[in-house]
Design a binder for this molecule. Structure first.
Ligand SMILES: Nc1ncnc2c1ncn2[C@@H]1O[C@H](COP(=O)(O)OP(=O)(O)OP(=O)(O)O)[C@@H](O)[C@H]1O
Length: 229
């Protein structure tokens, strides 16, 4: 059954390094939804994704799943999401297949075993290099392998920070397909991008609209919790 839970953020204000990054920011994401974060360098796209992952805390405002704030049940939130950041975390000595099995295993019952690994290899067209160790992969192949874990171990919420970096056009299309299939099954996606990515029926959040015009001096020295991971 598709969950009717809403993933929401309300009145978010975030400081990093003592500087106000964004304020008065709201978002809402229902089952099958996709939110694309856009905005200039430094406008806070990665920061917002880290807030959504529970890796940072806002100085003000609440992020909640089905009305329950992330801070109230961080374990449950970690279990329901995939966060794909800028780093690939591909081990040099593991083959693509081994790496995917390892990631799927980390999710315990969430992984789909061999069938899930095979589906992931096919979804990102890495079947032909399934037995090649990480150390021999090109940048784009490493990125495709990192994204394939989304398929190997399903999770309701995908948080993707510039997932297309390093991908050729054909691989971008594979990512678009994977996102569409995930959404069709009731999954939710939030991603940041500097290129056009086809996410039919999705929403766009322009972070530039939440950038403070002037820094509020009164906030100096009261930073929000920094990276928890
Ligand atoms: N670890 C950190 N400590 C202090 N400030 C940080 C840290 N990481 C990012 N910032 C600052 O937070 C602001 C938002 O950065 P963020 O990486 O979220 O922007 P972005 O929109 O993702 O940028 P880009 O398009 O360049 O990836 C920037 O002013 C940046 O300097």
């Amino acid at each position: 059954m598709i969950s009717t839970a809403l993933f929401t953020g309300h009145d978010l204000l975030c400081l990093r390094g003592g500087r106000l990054v964004f304020q008065d920011l709201d978002f809402q994401l229902a089952a099958g939804g996709c939110l694309t974060l856009v905005g200039p360098n430094g406008s806070g796209k990665s920061t917002l994704l880290r807030l959504m992952a529970g890796l940072l805390k806002p100085l003000r405002g609440i992020i909640a799943w089905d009305g329950v704030s992330l801070g109230q049940d961080p374990e449950a939130h970690r279990a329901r999401l995939h966060y794909v950041g800028h780093l690939d975390a591909v081990k040099a000595s593991f083959t693509c297949r081994e790496m995917l099995a390892f990631w799927a295993g980390l999710r315990g019952g969430g992984g789909m075993g061999v069938a899930g690994v095979d589906a992931a290899l096919a979804a990102f067209a890495i079947d032909a290099i399934a037995d090649v160790p990480g150390r021999f992969l090109s940048a784009g192949q490493r990125r495709r392998l990192s994204l394939a874990r989304l398929v190997a171990a399903p999770a309701p919420l995908w948080l993707l920070d510039e997932p297309t970096v390093g991908l050729d056009r054909a691989s971008v299309a594979l990512l678009e397909d994977a996102i569409a299939r995930h959404r069709a099954q009731g999954g939710r996606v939030v991603l940041s991008t500097h290129i056009d990515l086809a996410t039919p029926g999705g929403d766009v959040l322009d972070l530039a609209a939440f950038t403070p015009v002037e820094e509020d001096e009164s906030l100096d020295g009261c930073d929000g919790a920094e990276d928890a991971a």
